[in-house]
Design a protein around this ligand. Structure first.
Ligand code: ASP
Ligand code: MG
Length: 425
Protein backbone atom coordinates (compact mmCIF):
# COMPACT_ATOMS: atom_id res chain seq x y z
CA UNK A 1 0.00 0.00 0.00
CA UNK A 2 1.07 3.55 -0.77
CA UNK A 3 0.00 6.65 1.15
CA UNK A 4 -0.76 9.87 -0.75
CA UNK A 5 -1.42 13.21 0.88
CA UNK A 6 -3.22 16.02 -0.91
CA UNK A 7 -3.25 19.43 0.81
CA UNK A 8 -5.83 22.19 0.59
CA UNK A 9 -4.35 23.71 -2.59
CA UNK A 10 -4.63 20.40 -4.45
CA UNK A 11 -8.41 20.24 -3.83
CA UNK A 12 -9.15 23.96 -3.96
CA UNK A 13 -11.71 23.76 -6.78
CA UNK A 14 -13.42 21.27 -9.09
CA UNK A 15 -10.55 21.17 -11.58
CA UNK A 16 -8.12 20.46 -8.79
CA UNK A 17 -10.27 17.54 -7.62
CA UNK A 18 -10.39 16.22 -11.19
CA UNK A 19 -6.61 16.48 -11.29
CA UNK A 20 -6.38 14.40 -8.10
CA UNK A 21 -8.51 11.71 -9.76
CA UNK A 22 -6.19 11.81 -12.79
CA UNK A 23 -3.14 11.35 -10.60
CA UNK A 24 -4.75 8.37 -8.87
CA UNK A 25 -5.52 6.81 -12.23
CA UNK A 26 -1.75 6.69 -12.87
CA UNK A 27 -1.54 4.19 -10.00
CA UNK A 28 -4.26 1.77 -11.10
CA UNK A 29 -2.53 -1.36 -9.86
CA UNK A 30 -1.78 -0.04 -6.39
CA UNK A 31 -3.65 -0.01 -3.11
CA UNK A 32 -3.79 3.64 -2.06
CA UNK A 33 -4.46 5.23 1.32
CA UNK A 34 -5.34 8.85 0.57
CA UNK A 35 -5.14 11.65 3.13
CA UNK A 36 -6.87 14.90 2.22
CA UNK A 37 -6.97 18.35 3.83
CA UNK A 38 -9.87 20.77 3.84
CA UNK A 39 -10.54 22.41 0.46
CA UNK A 40 -8.63 25.60 -0.34
CA UNK A 41 -8.72 28.06 2.53
CA UNK A 42 -11.55 26.25 4.34
CA UNK A 43 -9.64 25.76 7.60
CA UNK A 44 -9.11 29.52 7.93
CA UNK A 45 -12.81 30.02 7.18
CA UNK A 46 -13.78 27.40 9.77
CA UNK A 47 -11.65 29.20 12.35
CA UNK A 48 -13.87 32.23 11.79
CA UNK A 49 -16.93 30.01 12.29
CA UNK A 50 -15.47 28.91 15.64
CA UNK A 51 -14.94 32.51 16.70
CA UNK A 52 -18.48 33.51 15.78
CA UNK A 53 -19.78 30.49 17.69
CA UNK A 54 -17.60 31.25 20.71
CA UNK A 55 -18.60 34.94 20.71
CA UNK A 56 -22.25 33.97 20.24
CA UNK A 57 -22.66 36.21 17.18
CA UNK A 58 -25.46 34.32 15.50
CA UNK A 59 -25.68 36.29 12.27
CA UNK A 60 -21.93 35.98 11.58
CA UNK A 61 -22.07 32.31 12.45
CA UNK A 62 -24.90 31.65 10.01
CA UNK A 63 -23.41 33.79 7.26
CA UNK A 64 -20.03 32.05 7.51
CA UNK A 65 -21.64 28.62 7.33
CA UNK A 66 -23.69 29.62 4.29
CA UNK A 67 -20.52 30.88 2.65
CA UNK A 68 -18.92 27.43 3.19
CA UNK A 69 -22.08 25.80 1.83
CA UNK A 70 -21.92 27.86 -1.37
CA UNK A 71 -18.21 27.17 -1.75
CA UNK A 72 -18.60 23.39 -1.48
CA UNK A 73 -21.83 23.17 -3.48
CA UNK A 74 -20.28 25.08 -6.37
CA UNK A 75 -17.43 22.60 -6.51
CA UNK A 76 -19.86 19.69 -6.34
CA UNK A 77 -22.04 21.12 -9.10
CA UNK A 78 -19.01 21.11 -11.37
CA UNK A 79 -18.04 17.58 -10.39
CA UNK A 80 -21.39 15.83 -10.49
CA UNK A 81 -24.09 15.98 -13.15
CA UNK A 82 -26.78 14.89 -10.70
CA UNK A 83 -27.72 16.96 -7.67
CA UNK A 84 -29.84 14.18 -6.18
CA UNK A 85 -26.71 12.20 -5.30
CA UNK A 86 -26.31 11.24 -1.65
CA UNK A 87 -23.19 13.43 -1.33
CA UNK A 88 -25.39 16.57 -1.48
CA UNK A 89 -27.36 15.36 1.54
CA UNK A 90 -24.17 14.50 3.36
CA UNK A 91 -22.51 17.89 2.91
CA UNK A 92 -25.73 19.76 3.65
CA UNK A 93 -26.24 17.50 6.66
CA UNK A 94 -22.83 18.41 8.09
CA UNK A 95 -23.47 22.14 7.69
CA UNK A 96 -27.04 21.92 9.02
CA UNK A 97 -25.79 19.97 12.02
CA UNK A 98 -23.38 22.81 12.67
CA UNK A 99 -26.16 25.41 12.37
CA UNK A 100 -28.16 23.48 14.96
CA UNK A 101 -25.30 23.61 17.42
CA UNK A 102 -25.87 27.31 17.93
CA UNK A 103 -27.62 28.22 21.17
CA UNK A 104 -26.95 24.77 22.63
CA UNK A 105 -24.58 23.93 25.48
CA UNK A 106 -21.13 25.34 25.01
CA UNK A 107 -18.20 24.23 27.12
CA UNK A 108 -15.71 26.62 28.68
CA UNK A 109 -12.87 25.07 26.68
CA UNK A 110 -12.23 27.06 23.49
CA UNK A 111 -9.77 24.50 22.13
CA UNK A 112 -12.32 21.72 22.52
CA UNK A 113 -15.00 23.70 20.68
CA UNK A 114 -12.45 24.61 18.00
CA UNK A 115 -11.68 20.97 17.24
CA UNK A 116 -15.34 19.95 17.06
CA UNK A 117 -15.95 22.57 14.36
CA UNK A 118 -12.74 23.06 12.39
CA UNK A 119 -12.21 19.37 11.58
CA UNK A 120 -15.48 19.35 9.64
CA UNK A 121 -13.60 21.01 6.76
CA UNK A 122 -11.67 17.77 6.28
CA UNK A 123 -14.83 15.67 6.66
CA UNK A 124 -16.52 17.58 3.83
CA UNK A 125 -13.53 17.54 1.49
CA UNK A 126 -12.92 13.80 1.89
CA UNK A 127 -16.64 13.01 1.42
CA UNK A 128 -16.66 14.99 -1.83
CA UNK A 129 -13.43 13.54 -3.21
CA UNK A 130 -14.40 9.99 -2.30
CA UNK A 131 -17.83 10.42 -3.88
CA UNK A 132 -16.19 11.78 -7.02
CA UNK A 133 -13.80 8.83 -7.27
CA UNK A 134 -16.68 6.34 -6.90
CA UNK A 135 -18.70 8.38 -9.41
CA UNK A 136 -15.82 7.81 -11.84
CA UNK A 137 -15.86 4.08 -11.28
CA UNK A 138 -12.96 3.72 -8.88
CA UNK A 139 -13.25 1.22 -6.04
CA UNK A 140 -13.02 3.91 -3.42
CA UNK A 141 -14.35 4.20 0.11
CA UNK A 142 -14.56 7.04 2.64
CA UNK A 143 -13.02 6.21 5.99
CA UNK A 144 -13.53 8.19 9.21
CA UNK A 145 -10.10 9.12 10.62
CA UNK A 146 -11.77 9.98 13.93
CA UNK A 147 -12.48 6.27 14.45
CA UNK A 148 -8.87 5.29 13.73
CA UNK A 149 -6.51 8.01 14.95
CA UNK A 150 -6.69 8.01 18.74
CA UNK A 151 -5.12 10.86 20.70
CA UNK A 152 -5.03 12.36 24.16
CA UNK A 153 -7.26 15.33 25.00
CA UNK A 154 -4.80 18.12 24.26
CA UNK A 155 -7.21 19.79 21.88
CA UNK A 156 -5.66 21.65 18.90
CA UNK A 157 -2.28 19.99 19.55
CA UNK A 158 -3.33 16.42 20.27
CA UNK A 159 -0.70 13.74 20.89
CA UNK A 160 -1.01 10.27 19.48
CA UNK A 161 -1.82 7.01 21.19
CA UNK A 162 0.33 4.96 18.81
CA UNK A 163 -0.70 1.58 20.17
CA UNK A 164 -4.46 2.10 19.93
CA UNK A 165 -4.07 3.80 16.55
CA UNK A 166 -1.92 1.03 15.08
CA UNK A 167 -4.33 -1.62 16.21
CA UNK A 168 -7.27 0.30 14.72
CA UNK A 169 -5.53 0.53 11.37
CA UNK A 170 -4.64 -3.16 11.43
CA UNK A 171 -8.19 -4.28 12.16
CA UNK A 172 -10.40 -1.59 10.61
CA UNK A 173 -8.45 -0.05 7.72
CA UNK A 174 -6.11 -2.54 6.07
CA UNK A 175 -8.80 -5.24 5.63
CA UNK A 176 -10.87 -2.78 3.54
CA UNK A 177 -8.30 -3.15 0.77
CA UNK A 178 -9.62 -6.65 0.06
CA UNK A 179 -12.62 -5.02 -1.62
CA UNK A 180 -11.34 -1.50 -2.30
CA UNK A 181 -8.42 0.06 -4.17
CA UNK A 182 -8.57 3.52 -2.68
CA UNK A 183 -9.38 4.49 0.90
CA UNK A 184 -9.95 8.20 1.41
CA UNK A 185 -9.54 9.69 4.85
CA UNK A 186 -9.08 13.03 6.59
CA UNK A 187 -5.81 14.61 7.52
CA UNK A 188 -5.46 16.71 10.67
CA UNK A 189 -8.18 15.03 12.79
CA UNK A 190 -8.32 12.27 15.35
CA UNK A 191 -10.40 11.64 18.44
CA UNK A 192 -10.34 11.27 22.18
CA UNK A 193 -13.20 9.41 23.86
CA UNK A 194 -15.41 10.08 20.87
CA UNK A 195 -14.72 13.83 20.63
CA UNK A 196 -12.80 15.17 17.64
CA UNK A 197 -9.23 16.33 18.25
CA UNK A 198 -6.82 18.00 15.83
CA UNK A 199 -3.09 17.55 15.41
CA UNK A 200 -2.14 21.22 14.97
CA UNK A 201 -2.39 23.48 11.90
CA UNK A 202 -0.88 21.95 8.79
CA UNK A 203 -1.09 18.58 10.53
CA UNK A 204 -2.28 16.56 7.53
CA UNK A 205 1.28 15.68 6.54
CA UNK A 206 1.65 14.12 9.96
CA UNK A 207 -1.58 12.15 9.41
CA UNK A 208 0.00 10.66 6.29
CA UNK A 209 3.06 9.71 8.35
CA UNK A 210 0.85 8.11 11.01
CA UNK A 211 -1.08 6.01 8.51
CA UNK A 212 2.08 4.87 6.74
CA UNK A 213 3.64 3.90 10.07
CA UNK A 214 0.58 2.01 11.29
CA UNK A 215 0.13 0.12 8.00
CA UNK A 216 3.83 -0.38 7.19
CA UNK A 217 3.25 1.38 3.89
CA UNK A 218 5.67 1.01 1.00
CA UNK A 219 6.09 4.79 0.70
CA UNK A 220 4.38 8.15 1.20
CA UNK A 221 3.91 10.89 -1.38
CA UNK A 222 2.99 14.46 -0.47
CA UNK A 223 1.57 16.13 -3.59
CA UNK A 224 2.28 19.85 -3.71
CA UNK A 225 2.18 22.86 -6.01
CA UNK A 226 6.00 22.94 -6.09
CA UNK A 227 8.27 20.49 -7.94
CA UNK A 228 9.65 19.06 -4.69
CA UNK A 229 11.69 20.37 -1.79
CA UNK A 230 13.60 23.42 -2.92
CA UNK A 231 16.85 24.66 -1.43
CA UNK A 232 15.19 27.95 -0.43
CA UNK A 233 11.80 29.62 -0.34
CA UNK A 234 11.34 31.30 -3.76
CA UNK A 235 9.69 34.18 -1.90
CA UNK A 236 13.08 35.27 -0.57
CA UNK A 237 15.47 33.77 -3.07
CA UNK A 238 16.09 33.73 -6.82
CA UNK A 239 17.32 30.68 -8.70
CA UNK A 240 16.15 28.04 -6.28
CA UNK A 241 17.21 24.46 -6.95
CA UNK A 242 15.26 21.28 -6.27
CA UNK A 243 16.78 18.80 -3.83
CA UNK A 244 16.51 15.39 -5.54
CA UNK A 245 17.32 13.25 -2.57
CA UNK A 246 17.95 14.02 1.08
CA UNK A 247 18.08 12.03 4.31
CA UNK A 248 15.45 11.92 7.06
CA UNK A 249 18.00 13.65 9.26
CA UNK A 250 18.51 16.49 6.80
CA UNK A 251 14.75 16.94 6.39
CA UNK A 252 14.34 17.25 10.16
CA UNK A 253 17.22 19.73 10.36
CA UNK A 254 15.73 21.85 7.59
CA UNK A 255 12.29 21.94 9.15
CA UNK A 256 13.80 22.69 12.56
CA UNK A 257 15.48 25.78 11.15
CA UNK A 258 12.20 26.89 9.60
CA UNK A 259 11.85 25.34 6.14
CA UNK A 260 8.11 24.90 5.81
CA UNK A 261 7.63 22.30 3.11
CA UNK A 262 6.65 19.40 5.35
CA UNK A 263 5.20 19.42 8.82
CA UNK A 264 8.12 18.64 11.18
CA UNK A 265 6.31 15.79 12.98
CA UNK A 266 5.92 13.83 9.74
CA UNK A 267 9.47 12.54 9.50
CA UNK A 268 9.90 10.62 12.75
CA UNK A 269 7.35 7.83 12.17
CA UNK A 270 8.68 7.39 8.63
CA UNK A 271 12.31 7.33 9.72
CA UNK A 272 11.46 4.82 12.47
CA UNK A 273 10.15 2.37 9.87
CA UNK A 274 12.45 3.47 7.03
CA UNK A 275 9.51 4.40 4.80
CA UNK A 276 10.61 6.77 2.01
CA UNK A 277 8.77 10.08 1.63
CA UNK A 278 8.31 11.64 -1.81
CA UNK A 279 7.43 15.29 -2.32
CA UNK A 280 6.01 15.66 -5.81
CA UNK A 281 4.19 18.18 -7.96
CA UNK A 282 0.48 17.67 -8.56
CA UNK A 283 0.94 19.86 -11.62
CA UNK A 284 3.63 17.61 -13.16
CA UNK A 285 2.92 14.22 -11.59
CA UNK A 286 5.36 12.46 -13.93
CA UNK A 287 8.34 14.46 -12.64
CA UNK A 288 10.56 12.92 -9.99
CA UNK A 289 10.22 15.39 -7.13
CA UNK A 290 12.27 14.92 -3.97
CA UNK A 291 12.78 11.70 -2.07
CA UNK A 292 13.52 11.75 1.65
CA UNK A 293 15.07 8.49 2.81
CA UNK A 294 17.77 7.01 5.00
CA UNK A 295 20.95 7.60 2.98
CA UNK A 296 22.89 10.78 3.74
CA UNK A 297 25.16 10.63 0.68
CA UNK A 298 23.43 13.42 -1.23
CA UNK A 299 22.80 15.78 1.67
CA UNK A 300 25.81 18.00 1.15
CA UNK A 301 25.46 18.39 -2.63
CA UNK A 302 23.28 21.50 -2.60
CA UNK A 303 23.37 24.18 0.09
CA UNK A 304 19.96 25.09 1.53
CA UNK A 305 18.95 28.55 2.71
CA UNK A 306 16.32 29.27 5.33
CA UNK A 307 15.23 32.83 6.04
CA UNK A 308 13.34 34.09 9.06
CA UNK A 309 12.32 37.71 8.74
CA UNK A 310 11.24 40.24 11.38
CA UNK A 311 13.52 39.08 14.14
CA UNK A 312 14.35 40.94 17.33
CA UNK A 313 17.64 40.48 19.18
CA UNK A 314 17.75 41.07 22.94
CA UNK A 315 20.97 41.27 24.92
CA UNK A 316 20.93 41.04 28.69
CA UNK A 317 23.88 41.90 30.92
CA UNK A 318 23.73 41.68 34.72
CA UNK A 319 23.76 45.13 36.37
CA UNK A 320 26.00 43.87 39.18
CA UNK A 321 28.68 42.94 36.64
CA UNK A 322 28.43 39.23 37.52
CA UNK A 323 29.44 36.77 34.83
CA UNK A 324 26.89 34.96 32.71
CA UNK A 325 27.39 31.63 34.42
CA UNK A 326 24.99 28.85 35.34
CA UNK A 327 23.18 30.81 38.02
CA UNK A 328 22.42 33.80 35.81
CA UNK A 329 21.53 31.50 32.91
CA UNK A 330 18.87 29.65 34.83
CA UNK A 331 17.51 32.95 36.12
CA UNK A 332 17.35 34.25 32.53
CA UNK A 333 15.54 31.14 31.30
CA UNK A 334 13.09 31.37 34.19
CA UNK A 335 12.18 34.89 33.20
CA UNK A 336 11.99 33.98 29.51
CA UNK A 337 9.59 31.13 30.16
CA UNK A 338 7.33 33.57 32.00
CA UNK A 339 7.23 35.59 28.78
CA UNK A 340 6.54 32.40 26.80
CA UNK A 341 9.48 33.27 24.54
CA UNK A 342 10.40 30.85 21.76
CA UNK A 343 14.10 31.31 21.08
CA UNK A 344 15.35 31.11 17.49
CA UNK A 345 19.01 31.50 18.40
CA UNK A 346 21.07 32.30 21.50
CA UNK A 347 24.63 33.17 22.35
CA UNK A 348 26.54 34.23 25.44
CA UNK A 349 29.78 35.95 26.34
CA UNK A 350 31.25 36.78 29.74
CA UNK A 351 28.84 39.59 30.52
CA UNK A 352 26.19 39.22 27.84
CA UNK A 353 23.42 36.84 26.95
CA UNK A 354 21.68 37.34 23.60
CA UNK A 355 18.52 35.79 22.24
CA UNK A 356 16.72 36.15 18.94
CA UNK A 357 12.91 36.03 18.82
CA UNK A 358 10.13 36.49 16.28
CA UNK A 359 9.10 40.12 16.53
CA UNK A 360 5.41 39.42 16.09
CA UNK A 361 5.34 36.87 18.91
CA UNK A 362 7.02 38.96 21.56
CA UNK A 363 5.85 41.75 23.79
CA UNK A 364 8.94 43.93 24.11
CA UNK A 365 7.59 45.86 27.07
CA UNK A 366 6.91 42.61 28.91
CA UNK A 367 10.52 41.51 28.39
CA UNK A 368 11.81 44.90 29.57
CA UNK A 369 9.61 44.67 32.69
CA UNK A 370 10.60 41.10 33.41
CA UNK A 371 14.35 41.75 33.21
CA UNK A 372 14.69 45.42 34.11
CA UNK A 373 15.40 44.98 37.85
CA UNK A 374 18.54 42.91 37.42
CA UNK A 375 19.78 43.35 33.84
CA UNK A 376 20.73 46.06 31.38
CA UNK A 377 18.77 45.30 28.24
CA UNK A 378 19.49 46.24 24.67
CA UNK A 379 17.40 45.27 21.70
CA UNK A 380 17.59 45.52 17.96
CA UNK A 381 14.57 45.15 15.66
CA UNK A 382 14.01 44.48 11.97
CA UNK A 383 16.62 41.74 11.67
CA UNK A 384 16.80 38.61 9.52
CA UNK A 385 18.02 35.20 10.56
CA UNK A 386 19.63 33.28 7.73
CA UNK A 387 20.51 29.63 8.14
CA UNK A 388 22.67 27.93 5.52
CA UNK A 389 23.04 24.17 5.54
CA UNK A 390 26.24 22.97 3.83
CA UNK A 391 27.57 26.49 3.49
CA UNK A 392 30.81 27.70 1.93
CA UNK A 393 32.35 31.15 1.43
CA UNK A 394 30.40 31.82 -1.76
CA UNK A 395 27.03 31.11 -0.12
CA UNK A 396 27.98 33.23 2.90
CA UNK A 397 28.89 36.10 0.60
CA UNK A 398 25.69 35.68 -1.33
CA UNK A 399 23.43 36.21 1.70
CA UNK A 400 25.44 39.04 3.19
CA UNK A 401 25.69 41.42 0.23
CA UNK A 402 24.38 44.81 1.40
CA UNK A 403 23.89 43.37 4.88
CA UNK A 404 25.56 44.05 8.21
CA UNK A 405 26.26 40.92 10.20
CA UNK A 406 25.34 41.31 13.86
CA UNK A 407 26.13 37.82 14.98
CA UNK A 408 27.14 34.50 13.44
CA UNK A 409 27.39 30.88 14.51
CA UNK A 410 28.99 28.13 12.48
CA UNK A 411 29.18 24.40 12.94
CA UNK A 412 30.65 22.08 10.34
CA UNK A 413 27.36 21.80 8.44
CA UNK A 414 25.39 24.86 9.41
CA UNK A 415 26.00 28.60 9.41
CA UNK A 416 23.52 30.92 11.09
CA UNK A 417 23.74 34.66 10.65
CA UNK A 418 21.76 37.50 12.11
CA UNK A 419 21.85 40.28 9.54
CA UNK A 420 20.40 43.71 8.97
CA UNK A 421 19.90 45.51 5.69
CA UNK A 422 22.63 48.15 5.29
CA UNK A 423 21.26 51.65 5.37
CA UNK A 424 22.47 53.40 2.23
CA UNK A 425 23.22 57.06 2.51
N1 ASP B 1 -6.50 21.82 6.98
C1 ASP B 1 -5.55 21.93 8.05
C2 ASP B 1 -4.84 23.27 7.97
O1 ASP B 1 -5.05 24.01 7.03
C3 ASP B 1 -4.57 20.82 8.05
C4 ASP B 1 -3.65 20.77 6.85
O2 ASP B 1 -3.97 21.29 5.80
O3 ASP B 1 -2.59 20.17 6.95
O4 ASP B 1 -4.09 23.58 8.86
MG1 MG C 1 -2.32 22.54 3.97
Amino acid sequence: MKVFKFGGASVKDANAVKNVANILSLYKDEKLGIVISAMGKTTNAMEKVVDAYWNKSESDFKALIEERRTFHLEIMDELFADSTLLIYDEVNGILNGLLEKFGGDISDNYDFEYDQIVGLGEVMSTKIVSAYLSYNGMKSKWVDARKLIITNNKYREAELDWEATTSNFKSNFEPEFEEMDVLVTQGFVGSNNGSTTTLGREGSDFSAGIIAYCCDAEDVTIWKDVPGMLNADPKWFDNTVKLDKISFREAIELSYYGASVIHPKTIKPLQNKQIPLYVKSFIDPHEDGTVIQASMISDHLIPSFIFKMNQILFSFSPKDFSFIVEKNLSDIFDRLSKANAKINLMQNSALNFSILLDEDKVNTQEILDLFGDHYHIKFNEGLELVTIRHYDQATLDRVTTDKDILLQQKTRETARLIVKQKIMI
